[in-house]
Design a protein around this ligand. Structure first.
Ligand code: FMN
Length: 500
């Protein structure tokens, strides 16, 4: 089942009782306390973790544009972005399609007159981002960030296309981290782009470096609130040179419609709510901050390259999705987990058929579940081999896994109590762990040493092999004492009048 656009996905959520509309006035302006608190409140209880269309934001520059809040906030909803229901099956599906490019579909270029994203076209002096693009603030963040944008660009040397889900920064009404004032032209037609991250680099960053070597700005287009399959595809570590729009075509089992941009030589999703086209300049940088990051801390100041907006196109009656990173869990956590898990699972299964599942927790601990344990492992120390395989996985994420836990098939990797039980009953802390001093830092980890650019590169890492150590330490293991699921179901039925 393929969605045409974000609207169809939201309609499905609404039909299934997972989306509601709200007219309650909530503040979206600088330093407001409403939206971060709402994110915490909905994520503190599964029963209220729904998507909400906020129709009555105050201190909001585009009151006619409803703001979609928390659309991706559960594993089930992120599975739905790629037409699945069961999160585990969704992950395996994403992983299998990622590994097999013959199942991808190249995007289909359609005529501009058929493209909803061209309903309104604004270019030249008419561009005023402060009026035409929604500005939404969360917590103590300095600028309003665009968090629903897929950045599309071409490798300036070989022309290969990349689409990545990258955050961008709006200057209108922004607070400067050093107390300075941004010049007004920045607010009108410029925005900063996270064209670096998680070293060595994100792919738009590679493109910008190559453009710099050629002495030219990089042509870019940011497509906002698209078919959710593209969002999932663009957050996945697709090999450099491969096009995430084609991968999205694979995930949705049909090509995505794209349309030529107005002012840059790129194509962008035809059903996106908004497209911002422009030139990303390597020789113009601005310092921005604060920014609430995925580890749950504020980054104080970051220096980012600036994009000059050359055209805005949008749909009639557009809508907007905005989100925040904060102490996990939160909306963006979930839409990030499925791609990261799928990326690492795909790589590990390619090497080791004994890998059954990879679960990344909201706090980014990596749990690898094997389909074998004890004497059935291919060799002694196999758990440790898997830890090294995570750190050496292709893509951007495995190498930044600060804590990796490897468990057997009887441990539920989604249940931290079950993982803790395996650690407490199957691990000798000196013999069954690996302490790695020379790992790569996760860029937002405040405990890693900071160098140069103000963000960490190097980090210590820990691997915990929580498999059963037969034959390496034991010849047999005690039988697990726990109830059989069929017996639990039988007793639940017998006791339903008492226990409900
Ligand atoms: C909501 C959201 C925001 C993200 N923001 C950024 C960002 O600003 N910079 C970045 O490098 N990655 C960001 N990511 C992660 C990337 O999308 C992901 O690593 C992706 O694989 C990068 O694509 P690339 O490998 O083609 O560069 C974000 C992910 C999500 C879900």
């Amino acid at each position: 089942m393929a969605f045409t656009d974000m609207r169809e996905f939201l309609d499905l959520l609404e039909r299934e009782g997972q989306l509601k509309h709200s007219d309650v006035p909530l503040d979206a302006g600088l330093f407001n306390k409403d939206l971060q608190a709402l994110m915490r409140y909905v994520h503190d209880d599964d029963n209220r973790n729904i998507a909400i269309v906020l129709n009555n934001l105050t201190n909001y520059n585009t009151p006619d544009v409803p703001m979609v809040f928390n659309p991706y906030g559960t594993r089930q909803r992120t599975a739905m972005t790629i037409g699945q229901r069961d999160p585990r099956k969704a992950k395996q599906y994403l992983s299998d399609i990622l590994a097999d490019q013959s199942r991808w579909h190249a995007p289909n270029v359609i005529d501009a007159k058929d493209a909803p994203c061209k309903d309104v076209i604004i270019s030249g002096d008419d561009i005023d981002v402060t009026k035409q693009i929604p500005h939404v603030w969360f917590g103590k963040e300095g600028p309003a960030y665009i968090t629903n944008g897929i950045g599309i660009s071409k490798d300036p040397e070989d022309g290969s296309v990349n689409a990545g889900w990258y955050r961008t920064v709006l200057f209108g009404g922004a607070s400067h981290p050093d107390g300075k004032t941004y010049p007004p032209d920045l607010a009108k037609n410029k925005m900063a782009v996270y064209a670096f991250w998680n070293p060595p680099m994100n792919h738009i960053g590679f493109h910008l470096n190559k453009a710099q070597r050629q002495g030219k700005p990089l042509e870019v287009a940011f497509a906002c609130s698209c078919d959710p399959a593209l969002h999932t595809a663009s957050a996945t570590g697709v090999p450099y040179g491969a096009n995430e729009m084609a991968f999205a075509g694979g995930l949705r089992s049909a090509p995505m419609d794209v349309v030529a941009c107005e002012t840059v030589d790129l194509t962008a999703p035809a059903t996106a709510e908004y497209i911002l086209e422009g030139l990303l300049h390597f020789d113009h940088e601005e310092t921005i901050g604060w920014h609430s990051n995925v580890a749950g801390y504020y980054d104080t100041a970051q220096t980012l390259p600036v994009m000059e907006v050359t055209c805005i196109t949008h749909r009639k009656n557009p809508m907007w999705h905005a989100t925040i990173e904060m102490v996990p869990p939160f909306d963006h956590n979930y839409i990030g987990m499925l791609p990261v898990e799928g990326e690492v699972l795909s790589d590990l299964q390619n090497k080791c058929p004994e890998v059954q599942d990879v679960v990344v927790t909201p706090n980014m601990m990596y749990i690898v579940q094997l389909n074998v344990d004890g004497a059935d492992k291919p060799h002694t120390e196999f758990g440790k081999y898997i830890i090294h395989a995570v750190w050496g996985a292709s893509g951007r994420w495995g190498r930044t896994a600060k804590v990796v836990v490897v468990v057997g098939p009887d441990v539920n990797p989604y249940d931290l109590n079950s993982v803790e039980w395996a650690i407490m009953t199957r691990v000798q802390p000196v013999s069954d762990t690996i302490m790695n001093r020379s790992g790569q830092a996760f860029v937002d980890d405040p405990s890693a040493p900071n160098i140069d650019l103000g963000f960490p590169i190097q980090s210590e890492q820990m691997g915990i092999d929580a498999t059963i150590k037969i034959p390496e330490r034991h010849t047999w293991y005690r039988e697990v004492s726990n109830a059989d699921p069929d017996d639990i179901a039988r007793i639940a039925d017998l006791m339903k009048d008492v226990l409900g």
